[in-house]
Design a protein around this ligand. Structure first.
Ligand SMILES: *[C@@H]1O[C@H](CO)[C@@H](O)[C@H](O)[C@H]1NC(C)=O
Ligand SMILES: *[C@@H]1O[C@H](CO)[C@@H](O)[C@H](O)[C@H]1NC(C)=O
Ligand SMILES: *[C@@H]1O[C@H](CO)[C@@H](O)[C@H](O)[C@H]1NC(C)=O
Ligand SMILES: *[C@@H]1O[C@H](CO)[C@@H](O)[C@H](O)[C@H]1NC(C)=O
Ligand SMILES: *[C@@H]1O[C@H](CO)[C@@H](O)[C@H](O)[C@H]1NC(C)=O
Ligand SMILES: *[C@@H]1O[C@H](CO)[C@@H](O)[C@H](O)[C@H]1NC(C)=O
Ligand SMILES: *[C@@H]1O[C@H](CO)[C@@H](O)[C@H](O)[C@H]1NC(C)=O
Length: 364
């Protein structure tokens, strides 16, 4: 299958008296014409639990919209792999400026209490999953894969959303594994393996007017393999909204394997170098605990904050990052880059932390 899916469903909590009914798209005629399929609207009207079954087969999809609100809860069961065919499209689009390659494989818009599980998505055109305007969703047991050199293929991109759990997900892609942008709150990410890709990122934040804060993010037990960044918070040097904030982050039990920039807070993002460095977004209350592994560059941690809004309450607890010598056998000592960062460090610090060391360990 390929194409853009736009899910606009309200998945209501379980209706006590469940009337379970199966809607098989194959029995309705395949969803090939890019229009809303009747199986879906019938399922959406069903007063109970409806399952839309997409059986094994090859479906060539254009943009399909599944739209709510629905009367009961709806399950989509897809027997197969979502193939965005992004590489072929990019090849075709090489010499055609009007070519549209930015379709994402699935958009989840305005969904409440949804679960996405056991899916494989490969070779997306312009990103695998987008989550927008949702509340309380879980993403579990997924594999998302795109070639490393296909840019703009984020794994899961989240905005204006409150309450997301992502666990047991393998992402290898040409952009961020998980991107959290404007208005993302209460996200728990665990047991994710990321690589190749650009890491688990916040931002960039501040480019557009009307952007809102990102806060309460926990990333736990994740592994990065050969990514350009590991954990990153990136805000524009001169955000359009002056008091924009990125705060309350916990990064815990993280393994870095040959990562270019393992930990980054960049408050001075300004690719065109035309920013006013006097007004920055603020980044604060960030805890990094038990982070170990190897860096590809000779800098382990970058805290590039600002005179205007120094990074506040950044705690580093038990950090052990190293490089490899040219022959790959010896371990190299790295350094950290710090500009205007306040906070404390605890436990082992290799390389030496730029926040002052304290004897009392952090309580978990
Ligand atoms: C679904 O809800 C609509 C509007 O509330 C109602 O008209 C329709 O009968 C409902 N469908 C079922 C199967 O109950
Ligand atoms: C759904 O169906 C049940 C059982 O037939 C009925 O009691 C209930 O009123 C229906 N709800 C709606 C919204 O149609
Ligand atoms: C989302 O989850 C939170 C915390 O469990 C809960 O308080 C809230 O009511 C949920 N929201 C919806 C719309 O179910
Ligand atoms: C996510 O996980 C946390 C901690 O396990 C839990 O409290 C929260 O309710 C979960 N949220 C969702 C949307 O499942
Ligand atoms: C940590 O993540 C790895 C990789 O996903 C998984 O195999 C392992 O069970 C996880 N450990 C815990 C304690 O959840
Ligand atoms: C920090 O930010 C300044 C200003 O944008 C930039 O010139 C410098 O290269 C950055 N340093 C690092 C290590 O990212
Ligand atoms: C510092 O940040 C931690 C979380 O990283 C938070 O628990 C603590 O309350 C913060 N301290 C202050 C003074 O805000």
């Amino acid at each position: 299958m390929y194409g853009k899916y736009l899910f606009m469903l309200c998945l209501w909590p379980f209706i006590a008296e469940a009337h379970i009914k199966l809607f098989n798209v194959a029995e309705y005629g395949a969803i090939t014409d890019g229009k809303e399929d009747n199986s879906v609207s019938d399922a959406c009207n069903w007063n109970g639990s409806a399952t839309v079954l997409i059986p094994e087969g090859t479906y060539m999809l254009k943009s399909v919209i599944f739209k709510g609100p629905c009367n009961g809860s709806v399950t989509f069961q897809i027997k197969g792999t979502l193939d965005g065919q992004g590489s072929a499209t990019r090849q075709k689009c090489k010499n055609n400026a009007n070519c549209e390659i930015l379709f994402t494989t699935m958009d989840f818009d305005f969904i409440t209490n949804g679960h996405v599980q056991n899916l494989h998505s490969i070779d997306s055109k312009g990103g695998h999953f987008i989550v927008f305007g949702c509340e309380n969703m879980t993403f579990t047991d997924l594999t998302l894969k795109s070639p490393e050199n296909n840019h703009n293929t984020d794994g899961i991109k989240i905005s204006q959303t409150n309450g997301i759990n992502i666990t047991g997900v393998k992402i290898g892609t040409g952009d961020d594994c998980v991107a959290m942008i404007s208005g993302t709150k209460n996200v728990r990410i665990s047991n994710v393996v990321c690589g190749p890709g650009h890491g688990i990122s916040v931002g960039s934040l501040g480019k557009n007017d009307g952007e809102t804060d990102v806060e309460d993010i926990v990333v736990k037990n994740c592994t990065f393999v050969g990514t350009s960044n590991g954990l990153r918070i990136k805000t524009w040097a001169a955000p359009l909204k002056k008091n924009l904030k990125a705060s309350k982050f916990v990064y815990e039990d993280i393994v870095m394997n040959n990562v270019q920039n393992p930990v980054v807070i960049d408050q001075q993002y300004c690719p065109l170098h035309q920013c006013d460095l006097k007004v920055c977004a603020s980044s604060y209350n960030v805890a990094c605990r038990n982070i170990r592994g190897s860096s590809k560059s000779d800098i382990a941690v970058i805290f590039n904050c600002s005179k205007d809004k120094p990074c506040q309450n950044i705690t580093m607890d038990n950090i052990n990052l190293w490089g490899y010598s040219d022959n790959g056998k010896g371990r190299l000592l790295l350094r950290n880059y710090c500009f205007e960062v306040n906070g404390a460090s605890y436990g082992k610090q290799s390389p030496p932390s730029c926040t002052p060391h304290r004897a009392t360990p952090l309580s978990a």
